[in-house]
Write a protein that binds this ligand. Structure first.
Ligand SMILES: [Zn+2]
Ligand SMILES: [Zn+2]
Length: 204
């Protein structure tokens, strides 16, 4: 993808974090923009916001950068449902906005998929490779410059506010001796052991 492309600063921050420009990242960027338009500006320096993401694709990196909801802070909740759906919840007001990517929302999607299959199979010509790059670039531009309504269904929803991430104590595992969060230890006849040790014991 062309490196001389001029992107908005906040998208460039997402790219710096994620490592490359791709339509997936742009989906996350545009999804957050849509949620913000409904909620008002939303960035979580601590835990004022919670993001619930229903996939672990490139898009989620943009969500983390733009909302400040991160895996490490515990205010990014991952549901492994394989959908481009993002819910942003504001703790203070309890308001939540759910953003879902519309079916066939991205321009050139079918053609991109067909070209990608050829590329992966090692059967694409130079021209086809370039066409694929071009279509990706178009999709990225459309997402970050376009009207989010064209791409997403956005609505307020009611979700239960998850508890704040709590700091819990650790204890050494009776198997390997490594300090482990107490809430994650498994109670066995050999004492409290970590999940890793428990797994080894089950499969071995
Ligand atoms: Zn990516
Ligand atoms: Zn252990």
């Amino acid at each position: 993808m062309a490196s001389n492309e001029v992107f908005p600063d906040d998208f460039s921050q997402c790219v710096a974090f994620h490592g490359h420009v791709c339509p997936g990242l742009a989906i996350g960027y545009a999804a957050v923009a849509s949620a913000r338009a409904m909620l008002g500006s939303a960035r979580a320096d601590d835990e004022e916001f919670v993001a619930i993401v229903e996939n672990d694709s490139c898009a989620v990196d943009a969500v983390q950068v733009l909302t400040g909801c991160t895996f490490g802070k515990g205010n990014l909740i991952f549901r492994d449902w394989g959908k481009q759906v993002f819910t942003l919840l504001e703790r203070k007001t309890g308001r939540a906005v759910r953003v879902s990517l519309r079916n066939r929302a991205l321009p050139g999607n079918e053609e991109r998929k067909a070209l990608k299959a050829k590329i992966d199979a090692g059967e694409a010509s130079q021209a086809e490779q370039e066409k694929w790059d071009e279509l990706r670039r178009e999709a990225v531009i459309a997402l970050i410059r376009g009207d989010p309504v064209d791409f997403f269904e956005v609505r307020e929803v009611t979700v239960e506010t998850p508890p704040y991430a709590s700091v819990v104590g650790t204890e050494p595992c009776a198997g390997c001796g490594e300090p482990t969060m107490r809430s994650r230890l498994v109670d066995t006849t050999e004492g409290l052991i970590c999940k890793e040790c428990a797994q080894v014991r089950c499969s071995g």
